[in-house]
Design a protein around this ligand. Structure first.
Ligand code: TYM
Length: 328
């Protein structure tokens, strides 16, 4: 049994992009492995944010993960800032992290271009991400494609730390991608992302799902109903792969390639399958909203479990790095 760690920022709603890219996989993995999943609030604050709403967004993301199918009896679910060891290990890992690697990260370059003044926190973002995973010595990290470069750097940090302070202490974590590793926005232009306003929310009601899906971009080369399409480059087909059964996917792909139906027919089938999958989640979210203590209890218990594991790792990390024990 592997140990799994992954995280999600409380920077907006859970949408079908981060659901299909990561969270759907998390729900499956909790039946197979020992899993920890975290709402990474300390990562979210590296972007300009409104402090007054952060706590509420953090709680809402935790609620969304439970509604999407994470089960606190199977997984440890917690808020990153509730386990102080994340920031401690972050500092200790900066010692072996090459500055040039941080400056080369695509996400850093993209985000820093959009900000007037770039903080050291934004640069340090991937080191904190490495600390998240290494604190639990997790080996499997289910993420979307946009996180692969951070995972590569994480492995580099492991190799450097192990070489200096203890061979094989940290395992090298592996990314696990889902089939829908990169869901595009409904406009077909960029990654689906709340900040771009091109999402379908996980808890959107049925009529809104259809309203958004109907005009969604498909294979741009398929100009008319009579032209055959290519599902391999169609974002709507990517979404089918997350919500439709394998036999339906095969049928959809065949009808697309042979111009056996139009894109609207294809979207109608997808909308039905999405609505069937998402309705129980929307209902669970409503039930959890009516009982806010439930989410807080889950997060309290999750942080206690995570802290116990984190303390074990940190005791050994401090020792290997030569720090004087407090009780000496
Ligand atoms: P975040 O919060 O941006 O996204 C959460 C997860 O969803 C995936 N994702 C997508 N996958 C496919 N298509 C999309 N349009 C899409 N949008 C989001 C992301 O790849 C991610 O897996 N840095 C991370 C959070 C993090 C983390 C960690 C992840 C912090 N510490 C440790 C793994 C391990 C992030 O910003 O995810």
């Amino acid at each position: 049994m592997a140990r799994v760690f992954s995280g999600i920022q409380p920077s907006g709603e859970l949408h079908i992009g981060n659901y299909l890219g990561a969270v759907q996989n998390w729900v499956k993995l909790q039946d197979l492995h020992e899993c920890l999943f975290s709402v990474v609030d300390l990562h979210a604050i590296t972007q300009p944010y409104e402090a007054g709403g952060l706590a509420q967004r953090t709680e809402e993301m935790a609620l969304s993960l439970l509604a999407a199918g994470l089960d606190p009896d199977k997984s440890t679910i917690f808020v990153q800032s509730h386990v102080a060891e994340h920031t401690e290990l972050n500092w200790l890992l900066t010692i072996v992290t090459p500055l040039g690697e941080l400056e080369r990260q695509t996400q850093f370059k993209d985000k820093s271009q959009r900000q007037e003044s770039v903080s050291a926190g934004l640069l340090n973002y991937p080191v904190l991400q490495a600390a998240d995973v290494l604190l639990y010595k997790a080996t499997l990290v289910p993420v979307g494609e946009d996180q692969l470069q951070h995972l590569e750097l994480m492995r580099e940090i492991v190799r450097r730390w192990n070489a200096r302070f203890g061979a094989d202490f940290f395992p090298e974590p592996q990314a696990q991608l889902s089939t829908a590793r990169r869901v595009l926005g409904l406009d077909g232009q960029a990654k689906m992302s709340k900040s771009l306003g091109n999402t379908i929310g996980l808890f959107d009601p049925p009529d809104s799902i259809w309203e958004k899906l109907r005009p969604a971009a498909t294979d741009p080369a398929r100009k008319t109903r009579k032209d055959p399409g290519n599902p391999d480059i169609c974002n709507v087909f990517t979404i089918h792969q997350g919500f439709s059964a394998p036999a339906v996917q095969a049928d959809v792909a065949h009808k697309c390639r042979t111009a056996g139906w139009g894109c609207l027919d294809c979207k109608r089938v997808l909308a039905d399958n999405m609505i069937a999958a998402l309705t129980p989640m929307r209902e669970r979210a409503a039930a959890l909203r009516a009982d806010p203590r439930r989410v807080r209890d889950v997060l309290r218990a999750g942080a206690a479990k995570a802290r116990a594991l984190a303390r074990q790792t940190m005791a050994e990390v401090r020792r290997r790095m030569g720090l004087l024990p407090a009780e000496a």
